[in-house]
Ligand binder design. Structure first.
Ligand code: ADP
Length: 267
């Protein structure tokens, strides 16, 4: 009987190994497939704006004298906007690479939430120009230990999305308040919201709900980076739909340092 049991045990172990080998092979194939898809997607994302820049610049050069001033201004605006898009994409790729290499070491210092929110809003002023903006930061928030550069980038990514996906004229709201021992910061919009039941996927690298929508095209990295940065500072970021699908809400929570009490700005 013992021998039989030992045989069965050996067989079971053998099967586990086989399954593991299969898993590994499947994972390797999947990784390969993903890497290929990634390269295709990156090439596309780099070439589309670049083609625009080259096209507009060539038109400017070739037709210079024949172009009306407004047409020239349009072409220049396209060149700048597309170059900015390229730049954003490359910055995003670098941020993502740094995150994945574990090379993001937050440089923590005492930060005032209201001030950081203001700075972030100023940085996205141009993209939010067509929206209404409402800010409600509780007055007595404690100072947080944050990396201001990372935190600002998180807010910029969230606000940039609100501007991109919610129609012009709608309200973008930033709220911040205490919740237990954490500060809760929310960015709410009145756009189409997120795919029901699949909300978490928006944080996946290169995930985009409306692929091929070039007008609103982004990198699919903004939220993955936001999550990476927030988690590097000990916080969380989640996504949800507002009641009755009236828009999306992104919630960041950050821990209040143990020694600070609300209103203590010196900590
Ligand atoms: P992207 O550069 O494509 O905006 P993100 O990582 O920032 O990449 O977002 C991933 C996807 O999540 C977007 O392509 C979009 O489909 C969806 N998404 C993000 N924010 C919002 C929002 N505020 N409202 C609706 N959809 C959003």
């Amino acid at each position: 009987l013992l021998d039989a049991l030992a045989d069965m045990g050996a067989l079971a172990i053998e099967r586990v190994r086989l399954v593991e080998d299969l898993d590994r092979a499947e994972r390797a194939a999947e990784t390969d497939r993903l890497r290929q898809a990634l390269l295709t997607s990156i090439s596309h994302d780099l070439r589309t704006p670049l083609a625009s820049v080259l096209g507009s610049a060539s038109t400017l050069r070739d037709l210079d004298a024949a172009l009306a001033p407004e047409a020239k201004a349009d072409l220049l605006a396209t060149i700048i906007a597309e170059a900015e898009r390229l730049n954003r994409f490359i910055v995003n790729l670098l941020d993502m690479t740094r995150l994945e290499a574990g090379a993001v070491a937050p440089n923590l210092s005492a930060q005032d939430v209201a001030e950081t929110v203001d700075t972030a809003l100023r940085r996205v002023e141009a993209v939010l120009a067509g929206h209404r903006v409402s800010v409600a930061v509780a007055p007595d928030l404690p100072t947080l230990r944050l990396d201001p550069v990372l935190f600002e980038q998180v807010l910029v990514n969230l606000l940039d999305n609100a501007a991109k996906y919610a129609p012009e004229g709608t309200m973008v709201t930033v709220r911040a308040r205490m919740e237990g021992r954490r500060v809760r910061i929310e960015v709410l919009d009145e756009g189409p919201g997120l795919p029901e039941g699949d909300v978490e996927r928006v944080f996946d690298k290169f995930y985009r709900v409306r692929l091929g929508d070039r007008v609103r095209a982004g990198t699919g990295l903004g939220l993955a980076i936001a999550r990476g940065f927030v988690e590097a500072m000990g916080g969380t970021v989640t996504a949800a739909n507002r009641p009755d699908r009236t828009g999306a809400v992104f919630t960041v929570t950050l821990p209040v340092p143990a020694r600070t009490v609300p209103g203590d700005l010196a900590a």
